[in-house]
Design a protein around this ligand. Structure first.
Ligand SMILES: NC(=O)c1ccc[n+]([C@@H]2O[C@H](COP(=O)([O-])OP(=O)(O)OC[C@H]3O[C@@H](n4cnc5c(N)ncnc54)[C@H](OP(=O)(O)O)[C@@H]3O)[C@@H](O)[C@H]2O)c1
Length: 313
């Protein structure tokens, strides 16, 4: 299989190198939003993993809650069957009943077991939920780094201020915050206006862009005539789908300038141009291969500008 040559990027200031596009594993085992088992199964997921790795996509994002652990379990099995170098990120969910520092360690040990590894490359707090202050989780993260269980520390869904607090707390233990994973796409550009991107740049923190295809909407396959199924259908109602059609129309047009790249590939490439690392979800080999096609080329500044303008509407 052809390996697309890409320059890799570092996660924050760490020496962990990842391809500029990663792979999200939320749908791997999830029945609430993604209908795991209907239309795609473990064999499809295994192929999505293998195709991604073969195409040079080495960064895989999961979480303890995805499919209630199933996503991590599947990744653990796939890792056992490959010699390829991967970068695995998972997440700790600060449920309200998890109030002690030790609860992070307990969750981490379970994740490591499911992933069948001794150490995870990137460990992230999934949400900045109360009541536990950011400081306590960062102390627990620092302990995990010191004990060799975690290579780099990230956060997710943290605001600018929460991220600054996390960064300051880790700095007391000589650890640099590596990443903040937030929703960012041509459909959702809040990280630009909230100042989050500027602060990430100042701190040397990588912005990992989740739902980079707006949960599939930026692929151009959904429309008012063909709305998405399930919960996504409620989130992206008719009005939004009408607006999205205009945007995906421009994406399709610009893709033509690059040997017929698709809206999905343009959406991901736009995020690379913005300096973030998108982690599109893929349910099967076809989607994985397609998304890897966002690598190895670049939109021009003018095209990025056109997309900026259209998506603001
Ligand atoms: N930290 C957080 O709170 C958080 C929240 C959300 C997501 N995430 C992470 O971000 C990752 C990606 O986000 P996401 O899964 O929400 O959404 P996404 O990547 O924007 O969209 C993924 C979905 O789009 C469709 N799709 C993907 N590639 C396609 C292609 N090439 N052609 C056609 N359809 C395609 C598939 O669904 P269909 O085939 O069913 O349309 C796929 O499941 C997650 O897996 C997870 O790792 C993190």
């Amino acid at each position: 299989m052809e390996v697309i040559q890409n320059s890799s990027v570092s996660l924050g200031t760490t020496d962990i190198k990842v391809a500029p596009v990663g792979l999200g594993a939320w749908a791997w085992g999830d029945t609430m939003v993604w209908s795991y088992g209907k239309g795609y199964d473990d064999d499809d997921i295994k192929e999505a993993f293998n195709v991604s790795i073969n195409k040079g996509v080495n960064f895989i994002d999961t979480a303890e809650i995805y499919g209630k652990g199933k996503s991590e379990e599947l990744i653990g099995t796939f890792l056992k069957a490959t010699e390829a170098e991967t970068v695995i990120a998972t997440k700790f969910m600060p449920y309200p009943w998890r109030v002690t520092k030790n609860s992070l360690r307990e969750a981490l040990m379970k994740s490591l077991k499911r992933l069948q590894v001794d150490r995870v490359d990137l460990y992230q707090t999934h949400w900045p939920f109360p009541p536990v202050p950011v400081k306590r989780w960062m102390d627990a993260m620092a302990d995990a780094v010191d004990d060799g269980l975690v290579k780099a520390v990230g956060v997710s869904n943290y605001s600018k201020d929460q991220m600054l607090r996390a960064s300051e707390q880790l700095a007391k233990r000589n650890i640099r915050l590596a990443s903040n994973q937030v929703e960012y796409s041509l459909w959702r550009r809040r990280p630009e206006t909230s100042g989050l991107i500027d602060t990430c740049n100042e701190l040397g923190v990588t912005l990992i862009a989740y739902s980079p295809l707006a949960m599939g909407m930026l692929t151009g396959k959904y429309s008012p005539a063909n709305p998405p199924p399930g919960i996504r259908g409620k989130r992206y109602g008719r009005n939004k789908l009408v607006r999205l059609e205009k945007l995906t129309g421009l994406m399709r047009e610009l893709g033509e300038n690059h040997n017929g790249k698709s809206p999905a590939q343009v959406a991901l490439n736009w995020l690379i141009c913005k300096g973030s690392v998108p982690i599109p979800g893929a349910k099967n080999a076809e989607q994985a291969e397609h998304n890897a096609g966002a690598l190895g080329w670049k939109l021009s500044d003018e095209e990025v500008h056109l997309l900026d303008r259209e998506s603001k509407k």
